[in-house]
Ligand binder design. Structure first.
Ligand code: HEM
Length: 538
């Protein structure tokens, strides 16, 4: 402000001093000054008159008015632009609670489609809500999904899960990490356990395990026996993953671990209240117990490896204790606990749920059941007695994989997937601020009739090669982008092998056809899917 004042004083100062000098009582200079003053005055008046007559002043004034008009217009454009830069419409609701209760209820009861549809009707395809204390945006499909998941996650986003998931799975779990730490960890696990070539090496182990399990838990039963399919599928998938990851094969140890593990997992969707009496509190205690158990197991394995009593390749634990990441770092015991536990979690409840749900859905359509049986009869007929399955046999199970794709479309592992924005970005003219959570859901993609005809129907044929395909970024049961499920090949091999033997040996009747499915993080049939079985005599 002072400098503005000084400039103004400077500009006017010289003419004022001229006038004041002219009006001074200096008699010697009076006449001279008076003449100068008169000359200046005449000059100014002349210039002004000339300027007026030539329209220069008018032009100048018009230009000034024009300029101010443009400035006003510019301002209003800026205002309009600014309104476009607004965050998406919606309501963040009450502080902290936001829409969490409604969302969790919808997720749990699998009514997330109605929840999302209602918001879309009210606010449009991209809307904001507040979930678990975080402002969150539901993105549209396929544009929003593609925009975020096809970009470099390392720059744009990071993985995000609600607090109970982060706390219970631990800060060293893949899903909790990001940046370089995440990449190093993920590469280590992929290279040594989940890459397709490594997974193919387990085909025979998985097959032997599946045959043994079916013999022991299913074929030992009388025809007409009733079983809870979910429980038995869980026994299979849990014992497979704990054997391959931790080398645990003793049945009692597996049962104990499974019990405490599921008590921990029950807290993944619980209210994060760490007070006695709350599930979250119980789950945190179970997590501590698991850490103790795993630490004892890890320490024993370290000693066994040193003493040559264990092989460095016998399971993932041995491999990770003997192999550093690409920067030469060996995972510490804490890192190993979180890493291995997440793989046990991701690697068994998902496949157990998909196998159970497939039993229920396959029997909804006799044509599907027949086509499946035919596919496996053809593969079995091509094998010599006792010959094990090969990766080529698995690739030949095309129809079975379509059935599983459809099961995963109807009952995805996650109805909603999350990321966190690491930068502020724009989508459909809205600003999505850094730190906000980004949500992708089946509700506006593979459950939407716009992209998938009769989405509520079980139709594996929609994945036939000759059928019109769903647009890209609509069906991605294993997620997408950097965080795509690292266990997708493992899951495919496990599901196909198990179904091959099951379909050849067991027939079944579903006892509760419309059994409710709850999402206790993952799909959970509330009655455990009771079925009546009959053994197939080949
Ligand atoms: C049918 C079975 C399975 C389904 C449907 C499934 C689905 C998914 C989905 C949707 C995600 C989130 C991806 C994303 O955010 O983009 C995920 C993540 C993950 N899955 Fe799976 N999964 C299955 C089996 C497995 C198996 C067998 C394993 C391990 C042996 C596994 C380990 C993981 C891990 C560690 C993550 C976190 C990855 C990360 O954050 O980078 N999953 N899975």
């Amino acid at each position: 402000m002072d400098s503005v004042k000084t400039n103004l004083v400077g500009a006017f100062g010289s003419s004022i001093s001229t006038l004041s000098r002219a009006l001074s009582n200096d008699t010697r200079g009076f006449e001279k000054s008076y003449r100068t003053f008169l000359t200046s005055l005449v000059l100014l008046v002349t210039i002004f008159t000339l300027a007026l007559s030539s329209g220069w002043i008018r032009k100048f004034v018009a230009a000034m008015i024009d300029k101010s008009k443009t400035a006003v217009l510019d301002m209003s454009v800026k205002q309009r632009k600014k309104s476009k830069e607004e965050v998406p419409p919606g309501s963040l609701g009450l502080p902290m609670v936001g829409d969490s209760l409604r969302y969790v209820n919808a997720y749990y009861n699998m009514t997330i489609k109605s929840y999302v549809d209602e918001k879309i009707r009210k606010y449009g395809p991209v809307f904001k809500v507040s979930l678990m204390g975080s402002p969150s945006v539901f993105l549209d499909a396929p544009a929003g999904t593609k925009l975020v998941l096809s970009h470099n996650e390392m720059k744009w986003t990071k993985g995000w899960w609600p607090k109970p998931v982060r706390e219970l799975l631990g800060k060293h779990a893949l899903s909790s990490q990001y940046g370089d730490e995440y990449l190093l960890h993920r590469n280590l696990v992929m290279k040594n356990f989940l890459d397709i070539d490594v997974v193919h090496q387990y085909i025979s182990t998985m097959e032997k395990k599946a045959v043994k399990h079916i013999d022991k838990y299913w074929l030992a039963l009388e025809d007409g026996s009733e079983v809870k399919a979910f429980k038995l599928m869980n026994v299979f998938s849990f014992s497979l993953i704990t054997q391959l990851i931790l080398g645990i094969s003793n049945e009692k140890d597996i049962i104990d671990f499974n019990e405490v593990f599921h008590d921990m997992a029950a807290g993944l969707m619980a209210l994060p209240v760490n007070l006695p009496g709350f599930q979250y509190w119980r789950s945190l205690r179970s997590r501590k117990l698991i850490n103790q158990m795993l630490n004892v197991h890890i320490e024993k394995r370290r000693q066994d490896l040193k003493a040559g009593r264990a092989s460095p390749t016998q399971d993932l634990l041995s491999v990770l204790l003997s192999t550093p990441n690409s920067e030469g770092h060996f995972l510490t015991s804490d890192e190993l606990c979180d890493s291995l536990l997440q793989l046990v979690f991701g690697g068994h409840d998902t496949t157990a749920a998909m196998l159970t749900l497939s039993l229920r859905l396959i029997k909804e359509d006799p044509a599907v059941y027949e086509e499946l049986k035919q596919e496996h009869a053809t593969i079995a007929a091509s094998k010599k007695p006792g010959e094990l399955l090969t990766k080529e046999d698995l690739w030949a199970m095309k129809y079975t994989w379509r059935v599983m794709q459809e099961v995963m479309r109807l009952y995805p592992a996650n109805q909603v997937m999350f990321r966190e924005a690491r930068i502020t970005f724009e989508h459909h003219g809205y600003t999505i601020p850094k730190g906000w959570k980004l949500c992708f859901t089946n509700a506006n993609s593979s459950w939407d009739p716009k992209f998938c005809k009769d989405p509520e129907k079980f139709k594996p044929s929609r994945f036939n090669e000759d059928k019109e395909k769903m647009p890209p970024w609509i069906h991605f049961p294993f997620g997408a982008g950097h965080r795509i499920c690292p266990g997708q090949d493992f899951a495919r091999v496990e599901l196909l092998i198990f179904l091959h033997h099951f379909l050849r040996k067991i027939d079944w009747t579903v006892l509760v056809p419309n059994e409710k499915i709850e999402y206790r993080l993952l799909a959970t049939p509330v009655n455990g899917t009771p079925i009546k079985i009959t053994k197939i005599r080949c």
